[in-house]
Unconditional design. Structure first.
Length: 142
């Protein structure tokens, strides 16, 4: 089993500007798509974590490094992995790859586990296998 999940998306016309280039805000949406699919591929549905365990992944930080433009109708691979976790936080790393494997963008999001009222909480025990307690890694921003 790999330590990452790949999710394929196609850049929609509505996600681009008049020149056919994907708007920068869409990358954070694509990271979200990758994160939800990472959870599903790992063995649980994020929505059930919210409804059954009152546990939400609240975004505390987000970053994106744009390397090449994504364009209308491109097929992109969103590669998502957990790069670090602690009792109350988890960090995801992302790569967005083009059809030829070229790196389009890289990024990271840091999440705090909270209940529906927004209070910080520890990750419930049953999810520890999905977010292993590993030291937070320094992001390669290169």
């Amino acid at each position: 089993m790999t330590d990452y999940t790949d999710t394929l998306i196609r850049v929609r016309y509505a996600e681009t500007d008049q020149m056919g280039v994907a708007h920068h805000a869409n990358y954070l949406i694509w990271f979200d798509v990758g994160r939800i699919e990472f959870c599903r591929h790992s063995g649980f549905e994020y929505e059930r974590m919210e409804t059954e365990d009152d546990t939400f992944l609240v975004v505390a930080e987000a970053s994106c490094r744009y390397k090449l433009p994504a364009r209308f109708d491109d097929v992109l691979r969103i590669r998502t992995r957990v790069t670090g976790s602690q009792r109350r936080t988890v960090r995801f790393g992302y790569e967005i790859l083009g059809e030829m494997g070229q790196v389009i963008a890289t990024g990271a999001t840091l999440h705090v586990f909270c209940n529906r009222l927004g209070h910080v909480k520890s990750l419930p025990e049953k999810y520890h296998e999905y977010f292993p307690s590993i030291t937070m890694l320094t992001e390669n921003r290169g």
